[in-house]
Design a protein around this ligand. Structure first.
Ligand code: TNX
Length: 499
């Protein structure tokens, strides 16, 4: 093949004469003490993907060079007849370059021979936040699956793994001071199987995933959804609800009336214990506090919530949510963490404005993102209207997997995190975007793969590649090559029309 055909498209590629040729896989060399982690991960990945050992006495080789530029995530790769040179000022930039090379290996290695057209790649990303969210509450995914996913995500320069750990249908995070969260809060009747399931991640497993991701230059951002989407927590600690229960870990797909009681200080004791746990387990400076789809019915009827409304001189139950956001953001600040919330945290903020450093994740279209940026808040774009909702079908076909809504690969490709509505400097508040896989209807890793790929490839290009280099026809051409790489990684992926 006479092109690299990588995804996301690099900032610049210039082909030169000739080919780099090598029998077996070339060994990687870097000066002592430099890029050790990046070389290790690359070697592990290529050995796993190709099932052959790297040939160390091969004359052709890969050299990694530390330079002054490019900085951040940028790298430069030069491919000549007997050498591949990747240079970067940072380990993350070197890693991104090596992943591009990993893609080229996956498509240019045939019959034991690697043959790559010579050329120069210069590259850097447009947005730093290039994420995937996986809902591990509605369905539990194993540590092994998540590791496989991380190895596939880093191939596309995904930089954030947003880990949705709690919801109505399961609490997967162990919190020492609240042991029932994982003793009761993750046990759920599964009507598909006609039996109970009970899964959570141990502290050791969480640390393992965080370290595995970090080695692949992916930051893990945990989400504990508060104060709604909390039936699993309520089933474990019914005293935290307005009515006292009984509650159960939900099996149904719905938005439920029961939420944590805003009149009960126990909410903040729980949040404190959760944040303490998260601060210990996750190095990321961000903690996602959810905040979506909170129903106010219980707060309207609850005497304790009504008392709180009076004390705080609020205009009604909805404003309790912005007060909770304000309190949670303050609690997180004690651990040096910054809160992220779904775009509902922008609402009912008349008395308690959204704290300045809070980050808004726009999901109900782009409006939340536009409004947040207008208010000077940082934004992550994940609009359900732009192919970012990976639980939706790839195309409008009753035979397709996914919910009845449709989010095509083309839509995902055309994601524009900085919208036309964002005037002035507002665009500089956009950190990037992400795809979200909610899993009410996704009961197995294989189904998750099919819904994630190749939409995440398109999203990664929307976030990495400059607009002037983005062209859907060219993406399609590269995707034909890229599908074979996804096969090589053992991923189930959608292969139908892009729109
Ligand atoms: C809305 S997106 C939700 C999730 C559901 C999803 C299903 C968001 C912040 N909340 O709880 O799983 O729709 O598509």
């Amino acid at each position: 093949m006479n092109e690299y055909a990588v995804i996301p498209q690099p900032a610049s590629i210039k082909y030169t004469e000739g080919n780099f040729k090598c029998e077996g896989l070339p060994a990687v060399f870097a000066d002592a003490g430099l890029f050790e982690n990046e070389v290790d991960v690359f070697n592990i990945q290529t050995e796993k993907n190709f099932d052959i050992k790297v040939c160390t006495n091969n004359p052709a080789c890969i050299r990694l060079l530390k330079t002054e530029t490019p900085e951040d995530e940028g790298y430069r790769m030069e491919i000549i007849a007997d050498e591949i040179r990747i240079s970067s000022a940072t380990s993350v930039g070197m890693f991104r370059g090596l992943q591009v090379l990993r893609q080229i290996f996956l498509s240019h290695f045939d019959d034991g021979v690697l043959s790559i057209p010579c050329g120069v790649v210069e590259d850097r990303p447009c947005f730093p936040w290039r994420g995937l969210m996986l809902d591990c509450a509605r369905n539990f995914f194993s540590v092994e699956f998540i590791k496989k996913l991380l190895d596939s995500l880093c191939l596309h320069h995904v930089s954030i793994f947003h880990w949705h750990l709690t919801d109505d249908q399961g609490w997967r995070l162990p919190v020492k001071k609240y042991p029932l969260l994982t003793e009761l809060g993750c046990k759920r009747y599964d009507s598909r199987e006609r039996s109970y399931s009970q899964h959570f991640y141990t502290e050791a497993e969480i640390r393992e995933i965080v370290a595995y991701a970090a080695a692949r230059h992916i930051e893990v951002v945990p989400e504990v959804d508060l104060p709604g989407h909390t039936n699993a927590a309520l089933a474990a600690y019914p005293e935290l609800g307005c009515t006292g229960g009984p509650y159960k870990v939900e099996e149904r797909f719905s938005v439920f009336e029961d939420v944590l009681c805003a009149g009960n200080d126990g909410l903040f004791d729980l949040a404190q214990a959760v944040f303490e746990t998260l601060a210990d387990l996750f190095p990321s400076k961000y903690v996602h506090i959810g905040g979506d789809e909170v129903k106010f019915d219980r707060w309207n009827e609850c005497p304790k919530c009504q008392k709180r409304i009076t004390e705080l001189e609020l205009d009604g139950a909805p404003q309790l949510q912005s007060w909770i956001t304000y309190r949670l953001t303050g609690l997180l600040a004690k651990y040096g963490k910054v809160a992220i919330g779904w775009d509902e945290i922008l609402e009912n903020t008349e008395k308690f404005p959204l704290p300045e450093n809070a980050v808004v994740m726009s999901w109900r279209g782009s409006e939340g993102g536009n409004k947040a940026a207008e208010l000077g808040r940082r934004v992550v774009m994940s609009p359900n209207s732009s192919g970012c909702y990976l639980d939706h079908k790839h195309i409008d076909d009753p035979e397709e997997l996914g919910r009845k809504w449709v989010g095509t690969v083309a839509k995902a490709f055309h994601l524009t995190p900085i919208t036309d509505e964002m005037g002035g400097d507002a665009g500089s508040l956009v950190l990037g975007g992400q795809g979200n896989l909610w899993t009410e209807t996704v009961y197995a890793g294989k189904l998750a793969e099919y819904l994630i790929f190749p939409r995440i490839c398109a999203i990664s290009e929307a976030l990495w590649t400059a607009d002037k280099n983005r062209d859907i026809a060219d993406f399609h051409k590269r995707l034909l090559v890229h599908r074979r790489r996804l096969d090589g990684l053992g991923l189930l992926h959608y292969t139908g029309p892009l729109e």
